[in-house]
Design a protein. Structure first.
Length: 485
């Protein structure tokens, strides 16, 4: 049985400073391969939905759950998985997550009907939720200072390339396999990548003893099962109304229930710590300004900016008459520039700090303004819709100079014993921000479209996104001033 690194014990057992251990770069390469796989899987599915409808005879509700099922289980297990990795060993849980994701990709690719496919997507979300916080925790453990910035920069580069390649690869596989086989290939393409990641992980991950945290409590109590259940149900209740998409008003009752459960979770964590046990999340991290400001920036950024690509994909197909494959090309320059910018920013974030995030947010606002100009001029018949590729390039640079540097700054002062759960809290904020933003912004766009033109609808959408980005910018400026004071 392969145990993996929870990583405080690696140093003690091997008497090697993990930040000097040459194995850290191999570990990072495994993380990058896996992140590439999971993000490719997400972006490909968006392109494959029409083919899934045709190939399986899926309803609109079925297609909604192909997306929503993954998002729900991913968000629900994140923090509990992060805490489990902090205690039991991050590498082992990482490989289990990769295995679950890979096996469920096979199940999705071979699905005989929509119900089977949706169950497979639920399981995929669990696998992704298990592995993602372990990756962040291992980066925090093995890298410090400038190297941590570089590591998160490489992480961002992998994100950029996966976003660029995913839609185009998905379109190519669908063209290659046709309506019946093509969408299946978009899931099965994950399998060789997952197998490679597992093999490399088994070869390169250290095999120390299971970590023991310097806190009272052991076994199941160390995992704080009540706290995990409370937070998991709270996240489910908050996310479900935004991702369900049926338009039923009754589901919104879950939102105040979710907020109440968050309050109950905080009270439980405080009590659990007073009793001398190890809580699921060290609530003291929220007193660290860099952490609270950073997760707020990240949640607001994802609330706004994720919606851009949803709106563009819909607009260029329904408003511009482009095919699904053609729509995938609109994001390529932005994604490639994002990959480069993430690498560039990652190696400089230790020097420039929050100024780099502020600069990225300003670039995002510029890209949004230029995109509005392109849409208006296209609708007036003056330019080609392909000019959106140029305006969205600024958005790509913004993504690279905001996400990875902000991760580095946010997690800089987090205790390593809580690296996984703290990173997972940040990722949960991203998921909630994404779900809320897409639901509200797309609803506003379609409501406008019902009474006006595509031009007006897109201006409304991009304006709402700009408002949210301005809110993130205000928090970043506040954080910069606090650091100086």
């Amino acid at each position: 049985m392969v145990s993996s690194d929870s990583d405080a014990d690696i140093s003690a057992n091997l008497q090697i400073d993990p930040t000097q251990d040459p194995v850290r770069w191999r570990i990072l390469s495994v993380l990058l391969v896996t992140i590439f796989m999971t993000l490719i899987g997400v972006s490909i599915v968006n392109v494959a939905l029409p083919s899934i409808r045709e190939g399986l005879g899926a309803t609109q509700s079925d297609l909604q759950w192909v997306l929503s099922g993954y998002a729900l289980t991913f968000g629900v297990v994140l923090v509990a998985a992060g805490r489990a990795g902090d205690i039991m060993g991050r590498g082992g849980l990482f490989l289990i997550g990769v295995g679950i994701f890979t096996v469920s990709s096979v199940a999705a690719g071979l699905a005989p009907n929509a119900e089977w496919l949706n169950v497979a997507r639920f399981v995929q979300g669990i696998g992704s939720g298990l592995l993602n916080p372990q990756g962040l925790g291992m980066i925090q453990h093995y890298f410090r200072g400038d190297e941590r910035g570089r590591a998160f920069g490489y992480f961002g580069t992998a994100v950029g390339f996966s976003v660029a390649i995913g839609p185009v690869l998905g379109g190519f596989l669908i063209e290659l396999g046709g309506p019946e086989l093509g969408w299946r290939l978009t899931f099965l393409v994950n399998v060789p990548i997952g197998i490679l990641a597992i093999i490399l992980g088994l070869m390169w991950f250290p095999r120390p003893l299971i970590a023991r945290l310097p806190r009272t409590g052991s076994g199941l109590r160390s995992l704080d099962p009540v706290g995990a259940l409370l937070l998991g149900v709270a996240v489910l209740a908050v996310l479900f109304p935004f991702v369900e998409g049926s338009g039923s008003r009754i589901v919104w009752v879950l939102l105040p229930l979710g907020l109440f459960l968050v309050w109950a979770w905080v009270k439980w964590e405080e009590r659990y710590a007073r009793l001398g046990f190890s809580p699921m999340v060290d609530l003291n991290i929220f007193t660290t300004r860099s952490y609270t400001n950073g997760i707020t920036i990240m949640a607001l950024y994802f609330m706004g900016m994720t919606s851009i690509w949803v709106l563009v994909a819909i607009y260029v197909q329904e408003g511009g008459g482009k095919s699904a494959l053609e729509s995938g090309f609109f994001g390529i320059p932005a994604a490639l520039l994002s990959a480069y910018a993430a690498h560039w920013a990652g190696s400089r974030v230790a020097h420039y700090g929050r100024k780099m995030v502020i600069g990225g947010l300003l670039l995002a606002l510029l890209g949004l303004a230029l995109s509005v100009v392109v849409v208006v001029l296209y609708e007036a018949g003056h330019i080609s819709i392909w000019w959106l590729m140029a305006s969205l390039a600024f958005v790509g640079v913004a993504q690279g100079t905001v996400i990875s540097p902000n991760q580095t700054l946010t997690l800089a002062d987090v205790p390593l014993d809580y690296a996984g759960s703290s990173g997972a809290i940040m990722q949960t904020g991203q998921r909630i921000g994404t779900a809320v933003g897409i639901a509200i912004i797309t609803a506003a766009v379609f409501s406008t479209l019902a009474v006006s033109s595509w031009s007006t609808a897109m201006v409304v959408g991009f304006t709402l996104i700009s408002v949210v980005v301005c809110m993130a910018l205000a928090v970043a400026v506040k954080d910069l001033r606090q650091r100086k004071s």
